[in-house]
Design a protein around this ligand. Structure first.
Ligand code: N2P
Length: 380
């Protein structure tokens, strides 16, 4: 199941469905919905600006939306929640749809950066699994709807002598110099993401990933400072393609889907295996969910919501997961998601792993200490 193959398959399925007009054959196959669509299209803006995480959608879906509804999508990507926030706070008003994670949704609501949405305008919200609705960071989904979810663990090169007998299932593999010196030569990458990297250090130290205590955060900073000389790169944007698949590193802090992408992109039918495996450290790890939201500054709320509803369609939701390898909160999409993805414990963690996962939450004033630690870490 290679990425390109999946794209072709999905495209073919969508095409056939659109031609057949059968069940789930897209919104424009019956004349009544055609009329509704035309009515909709009349009210849609000419263009819509979407700001998403890097490598986080099948761009075929964007092209299809443009074609179907005559709305040009201006698509741009960011590398972390903090980058997204900084962009909005610097006064960027052009973005209509953005994709912040859980804790950042809470932060943005507080800062007045998100528009309120009406779920009545998003009928496909019915496709979302109950478990992912009404999250504490956005009660009653007043601002956002779920997009994709995943975990943050360690991706490692299969076949590396050091990881053959024991999987690197501890954050020690990212932070302990006596371990690091054994494979640093092969390259180590960490996520260029302050909440994720400091959270990993806090897990390893036995503290909460949401700690705001200065002493604990300084401990995390010092742990990172000792390990940093062994790290080759801070990359959370294209590390799966440019570092993992390219064999530029042998170990990386990684988001679940990016590790799965590295696995499937290097999969060989001959060995029936890929080059990259994924471990969730035993000390605990982050579970996160990214969300589709409309900016408070958007002047195209109606179009933004129409686009969000399109992404929440069952087949479109599946096309996203089949491309990104991240888990989908879209229950109805499961019928169309590749079975290999649905059964991958690295993507959909089993209950015993799930029990060891924690959400990142908003830090309130503690954020200032985190920012201070991050500046020190990056500045060294
Ligand atoms: C995919 C980005 C994953 C988003 N490259 C992590 N929240």
């Amino acid at each position: 199941m290679k990425k390109k193959w999946v794209i072709l398959l999905v495209t073919a399925v969508l095409f056939l469905a659109a031609c057949s007009g059968g069940p789930g054959g897209g919104p424009d196959t019956e004349s009544s919905s055609e009329e509704a669509d035309t009515a909709d299209a009349a009210q849609l803006a000419d263009e819509l600006s979407v700001y998403n995480w890097a490598d986080y959608i099948d761009e075929e879906l964007l092209a299809q939306y443009e074609e179907e509804y005559g709305v040009r999508i201006i698509y741009d990507t960011f590398a972390s929640n903090e980058d997204l926030l900084a962009k909005l706070q610097a006064g960027a008003t052009g973005y209509d749809v953005i994709v912040p994670s859980d804790y950042m949704v809470a932060q943005m609501i507080e800062l007045g950066l998100l528009a309120e949405i009406d779920l009545d305008d998003i009928p496909n919200f019915a496709n979302i699994d109950e478990d992912f609705r009404n999250a504490p960071f956005d009660p009653d989904n007043r601002h956002c709807v779920p997009y994709q979810w995943g975990t943050t663990g360690i991706a490692y090169r299969a076949g590396h002598p050091l990881f053959t007998e024991t999987a690197p299932d501890s954050w020690a593999y990212l932070f302990e110099p006596e371990l690091l010196e054994q494979y640093a030569e092969g390259g180590i990458n960490v996520l260029n993401d302050q909440r994720e990297l400091i959270a990993a250090a806090l897990f390893y130290l036995g503290h909460s990933p949401n700690a705001t205590d200065r002493t604990q955060l300084e401990e995390a900073r010092d742990l990172i400072a000792r390990a940093k000389p062994y790290w080759k790169t801070f990359n959370s944007e294209d590390y799966d393609d440019s570092l993992l698949i390219a064999d530029e590193v042998v170990l990386s802090q990684s988001w679940s889907g990016d590790a799965a992408n590295a696995y499937w992109s290097t999969y060989s039918d001959e060995t029936e295996d890929g080059n990259w495996y994924y471990a969730i450290p035993k000390e605990g790890a982050v579970k996160w969910m990214d969300n589709l939201c409309v900016t408070a500054s958007s002047e195209k709320v109606e179009t933004a919501v129409h686009f969000i509803n399109y992404l929440l369609d069952a087949e479109n939701g599946a096309a996203i997961t089949n491309f990104t390898y991240y888990a989908s909160p879209n229950e109805a999409a499961k019928a169309y998601i590749e079975p290999d993805i649905l059964s991958d414990p690295g993507i959909y963690p089993p209950p015993e792993v799930e029990a060891n996962l924690q959400w990142l939450t908003e830090l309130g004033d503690g954020l200032f200490v985190w920012d201070e630690m991050w500046t020190a870490i990056k500045g060294q």
